[in-house]
Design a protein around this ligand. Sequence first.
Ligand SMILES: [Zn+2]
Length: 275
Amino acid sequence: MRITRLDLDGIGSPRKLAERIHEVLDLPLAVPIEELCGALDIVSIEESDSTSFEAALVTDAVKSAGAILVSSSSPGHRRRFSLAHELGHFLIEAHRPREGQPLECALGDLLQSNSRDRDRRRRIEAEANAFAAHLLMPPKRIRQAIGRSGVSLETLVSIARDFEVSKEAMARAFVEANREPVAIVVSRNGQVARFYRHEDFPFLDVTKDKPLPPECAASDSIGAGEFTPQEEVEPHIWVSDRDVARILALTEQALGQVNGYALTLLQAELDDEDE
Ligand SMILES: [Zn+2]
C-alpha cells in the first residue's frame, strides 16, 4: 500500500486525516483496514480476551510504532470500526497515551460523538470515532450512493453491506452525509434506544428509553430484515407542536432487525427552504 505517515504530516483534524488517506490511495468501498494499519506503522493486531475494553492502542510516548489489541468477541463489522478508531488515536497528533499504559477504549467510547465535549477523554473518543467514520464511510461516497438509489433504508442497508460496516454505524454517517433533512431512530422492543438527526431536521419529540410514538410503524413488531413501505405520516407523530408548521411533508420507513431492534428513517420536506 503506497502510503506512509509522512503523507499525513501536519494534519490535525480527524476528518481531514481520513480525507487525505482517500486522496493518497484509491481505496475500495470496503476499506482494507488491517492492511492500512500495517502501512501506517501499526506493527501488530492481536485478539484479546479482556472484557475491560473493546479495543486498545499500545504505543510509546513519541508514537514510533503502535500495536492494537481488539476484543476476540467483537463481531466483524464492529472489529473493523474498532481498528479504525485505534488507528485514529495513533494518527491524531494530540492523542498522547502515557508511556507503558495502553489507551483502552470501551464499547461506550465507540459511540461518543460530541467532538466539542468539555471532558477531554470523551472528546478524544469522539475524535477517534469521527476519523473512523470518515475513513470507513466517506460522506462523498455515501452521497454518491444516495444519488443513485435515493434516500431509503434499502439504500442504507446496501451501502452498509458494500462498506462492510454495521447498519447502526452507517445510520449515523447516513444522516450526517445527507443533503436532505433526515433523522434515524434506533429502537428496541418499542423503546427509543438512540436517534440521529440531520442539523436541519426539526426537533424530534422522542426520549431515550421511552416508548416510540404509538402511531409509528416500528411500534408494532416488524420481522427481522423486513422493510415497511415509505409512507407519508402526520408530522405531529414525531415532531413537537412548535415545529409541525414548518413541515410540508414527513415520510417514514422502518426496518425490523434481530433481537427486537428496529430502525426508523424520517425525511422531512420543510417550508423554509428559501430562507
Ligand atoms: Zn478510543
